[in-house]
Design a protein around this ligand. Structure first.
Ligand SMILES: Cc1cc2nc3c(=O)[nH]c(=O)nc-3n(C[C@H](O)[C@H](O)[C@H](O)COP(=O)(O)OP(=O)(O)OC[C@H]3O[C@@H](n4cnc5c(N)ncnc54)[C@H](O)[C@@H]3O)c2cc1C
Length: 378
């Protein structure tokens, strides 16, 4: 195989994998190269909702038909049908994408760090990496531009969290019911909550999460996790078998400015993470399919990737959460209490009609929300 390709993807993470899988499915003869430098031990649990049977069911770790949302004002049962909440291991998904690449006659994976991209040549771009050089017509790049981290104008919150997978001696968890958000223990005056994925009655991921502008020291998550397990789950005897930590940007930053004619940013770097939730797996699957369709049909690559009105809803939600971070539990309680979960999932998947969106907005309406909405339009 020579080193000239139709497309080079930098990063075989969530976005790079989705695009590679979709491209190879739609056009097995494409000359595709994916370059990534990640060690293969970075396990993340990727959760998402979808209706019924899905494409990734063969690698699912666990699925749930029920959920619960809790605040001091009460507990809301979420009967998800026809949706199912599912979790996969990122390592399995990336391994699947890598296997697809390796099976292809014209495509390949390179384990290296991209050090430089030479854009000067109109037709062919050159990528330098730690193991050599490749030439390509188009680059899809998962590297986040440094400007994002320096930006002061966009509304940016961090979804930051630490989770312990614990095993208990006795039965403590309801295996078919996950906890979307439990605000009954929170860091004062912040939007912070516990998220629980029970794998069986004696094993669960318990995660303490913030939606906030500032990060916290590691021991703060540990203190809340200990307290939650002790005081709320009433579990005394457990062992921690796995730890996960993460920071996911929730932002209105305009990533579009970092595309150029033959180099497009994808994934987090392209603004593919849903700003108001931090979820990205399913959104990325959808955007990857649209991008591949555009490429194969000779359309501008970003056609139909974003919908303006959903960007406005995301901005207004982020604006409320940033300006009134103490109010998060009330805001989310209103959202879950006044709308069925099917409508919320449809809304977060950006599949609702304008009438449904208006009814969701009305259900949350407070003076703060209205102010934030009009601020996000300006
Ligand atoms: C612990 C954790 C749990 C999460 N849980 C969920 C969840 O439940 N649901 C959900 O939807 N999202 C979840 N997320 C968020 C999700 O992982 C991200 O939104 C998603 O991975 C972003 O996709 P991406 O392709 O932009 O970046 P990534 O998946 O991070 O992939 C980027 C890739 O680019 C590679 N790379 C970067 N620079 C270079 C370079 N110079 N050369 C070569 N390669 C390079 C990196 O090694 C990496 O593999 C979680 C995140 C974490 C950290």
């Amino acid at each position: 195989m020579d080193d000239y390709f139709d497309i080079a993807i930098i990063g075989l993470g969530c976005a790079g994998s989705h695009i590679a899988i979709e491209l190879l499915k739609q056009n097995p003869d494409i000359k595709l190269v994916v370059i990534d430098n990640a060690p293969s031990i970075l396990h993340k649990k990727w959760s998402f909702w979808e209706k019924g049977i899905g494409k990734w069911d063969h690698m699912i770790l666990k699925k749930w038909n029920h959920g619960v949302f809790k605040t001091d004002q009460g507990s809301i049962e979420l009967d998800l049908y026809p949706y199912v909440y599912k979790t996969i291991n990122s390592v399995d998904f990336i391994a699947f994408a890598k296997a697809e690449l390796q099976q292809s006659n014209h495509s390949t994976f390179i384990n290296a760090t991209v050090t430089n991209v030479d854009e000067k040549n109109e037709e062919i771009k050159i990528i330098n990496h730690t193991n050599g050089t490749i030439h390509t017509k188009l680059i899809l790049d998962s590297r986040i531009d440094d400007q994002f981290f320096k930006d002061q104008k966009a509304i940016t919150l961090q979804q930051h969290f630490k989770g312990w997978t614990i095993e208990t001696v006795d039965d403590h968890f309801t295996p078919d019911c996950f906890t979307m958000m439990d605000y009954s223990l929170r860091d004062s005056d912040t939007t912070s909550f516990t998220y629980i994925l029970p794998y069986n009655s004696r094993k669960a991921l318990v995660e303490f999460t913030y939606f906030s502008t500032e990060l916290v020291e590691d021991n703060i998550y540990d203190d809340y996790l200990k307290r939650y397990i002790d005081e709320h789950l009433k579990i005394k005897d457990y062992k921690i078998v796995e730890i996960e930590k993460g920071i996911i940007p929730m932002t209105t930053y305009n990533f579009d400015r970092h595309h150029s004619q033959h180099i497009y940013k994808i994934g987090t770097a392209g603004g593919w993470v849903k700003p108001s939730t931090g979820y990205s797996f399913k959104m990325t699957e959808k955007k990857a399919a649209t991008l591949v369709h555009n490429y194969l049909n000779g359309l501008p690559l970003l056609t139909d990737l974003f919908t303006k009105r959903f960007s406005i809803y995301d901005s207004s939600m982020l604006s409320v959460l940033r300006d009134f971070n103490d109010d998060g539990p009330t805001f989310f309680h209103r959202l879950y209490d006044n709308n069925d979960i099917q409508k919320l999932f449809k809304f977060l998947d950006e599949e609702t009609s304008l009438a449904e969106e208006i009814s969701i907005m009305q259900s949350m309406t407070s003076l703060r929300m209205i102010k934030a909405f009009f601020k996000s339009l300006s």
